[in-house]
Design a protein. Structure first.
Length: 119
């Protein structure tokens, strides 16, 4: 499975962005897909995850209500809708396949997309 994250950019505080994670490979639709983020000088942290059909999701407690993960298996793409963005959301966002809450559980990683939220 190969993953390509996109959709990052510069946004003002209070704005929104939608990240996309395009998966390729015959079995891409069978994997859970998660989003993580890593800010400069900080460890990678869990953001959200959904199972293979999007029917089950989990979120970091601090992000519930602002971020929404969804999935379109026909397009082999998982989305992360981010609303009411804050400067502390600034980070490189990664998508990954095959795990749930912990980074070490994942088998495949995308290259990351940078989100910068200005105050």
């Amino acid at each position: 499975v190969q993953l390509q994250a996109s959709g990052g950019g510069l946004v003002q505080a209070g704005g929104s962005l939608r990240l996309s994670c395009a998966a390729s490979g015959r079995t891409a639709g069978a994997f859970s897909i998660g989003w993580f983020r890593q800010a400069p000088g900080k460890e990678r942290e869990f953001v959200a995850v959904c199972n293979w059909n999007g029917g089950r999701t989990d979120y970091a407690d601090s992000l519930k209500g602002r971020f929404t993960i969804s999935r379109n298996n026909a397009k082999k793409t998982v989305y992360l809708q981010m609303n009411s963005l804050k400067p502390e959301d600034t980070a490189v966002y990664y998508c990954a396949a095959g795990g749930w809450l912990r980074p070490n559980d994942y088998d495949y990683w995308g290259q990351g997309t940078l989100v910068t939220v200005s105050s």
